[in-house]
Design a protein around this ligand. Structure first.
Ligand SMILES: [Zn+2]
Length: 187
C-alpha cells in the first residue's frame, strides 16, 4: 500500500518537475570584451544583472570572455556613434544576431556610464569605468526593450543614472518584467 502510494506521489512529483522545467526559463546570451579595467568586478556586475532578471525567468549565459589588450584599446575610448558600434560588432564572432556583446571601456564621448541598443537585433552594450555596479543590469534592461523612467531613483531603469539608486537592490516593476520576457533576443 505504502509502495503504491509512494509511486503515485513520485510520479506526480516528476510530472510537476517536468512542467516547471519547460515553463519557459529563457536565456540571454552575452559575450564580454574587456578593453579597460572595470571599477567593479565583471562577476559582480553580472550577478547583479542575473538577480534583476530572475523574476522574469531569464538567465544570462556567458558565451565568451576576452581581455582586449592590442592597439584597439585606445580607440575604444571614442566609442560613440551607433554606426561605429555596429561596425565594431560586425567583427565579433557571434553565432546568432540575437547575442549581445558587452564592451567594458574607459569612457565614451559624450560621457555616459553606459550605452546600448534598444530592443534590436545585433545588440551591443558599452559599460564605462564611471559605471555603478548596476549599470550593466540597466543597459541589459534597455537591450531587452525597456526605457528610462523618471518615476523613482529606486528603479533599475532610473533616468538619473544607477549611481542615484538609494534603495538597493533596485526594482523592476511588473510591467517591465512582462516587457523583457517578450524580448525577441531571448533563446
Ligand atoms: Zn538608461
Amino acid at each position: 500500500m505504502i509502495v503504491r502510494w509512494f509511486k503515485a506521489w513520485s510520479l506526480k512529483r516528476a510530472a510537476k518537475k517536468a512542467v516547471t522545467k519547460t515553463a519557459a526559463t529563457k536565456t540571454l546570451r552575452v559575450h564580454l570584451r574587456v578593453f579597460f579595467p572595470t571599477r567593479y568586478k565583471v562577476a559582480t556586475m553580472l550577478d547583479n544583472a542575473r538577480s534583476m532578471l530572475k523574476p522574469a525567468d531569464i538567465e544570462i549565459a556567458e558565451q565568451s570572455y576576452a581581455k582586449v589588450t592590442d592597439g584597439t584599446r585606445l580607440q575604444v575610448v571614442e566609442f560613440k556613434r551607433k554606426s561605429d558600434m555596429d561596425e565594431i560588432k560586425k567583427r565579433e564572432n557571434v553565432s546568432d544576431d540575437r547575442e549581445v556583446v558587452v564592451y567594458f571601456v574607459n569612457a565614451t564621448i559624450d560621457p555616459y556610464n553606459g550605452a546600448s541598443t534598444r530592443g534590436s537585433y545585433k545588440p551591443w552594450i558599452i559599460v564605462t569605468t564611471s559605471t555603478s555596479e548596476w549599470t550593466l543590469a540597466h543597459e541589459i534592461g534597455h537591450v531587452l526593450g525597456l526605457d528610462d523612467t523618471k518615476d523613482s531613483t529606486d528603479r533599475l531603469m532610473t533616468a538619473a543614472g544607477t549611481h542615484s539608486i538609494t534603495n538597493r537592490p533596485p526594482d523592476l516593476n511588473a510591467y517591465e518584467i512582462e516587457t523583457i520576457k517578450k524580448s525577441k533576443l531571448l533563446f
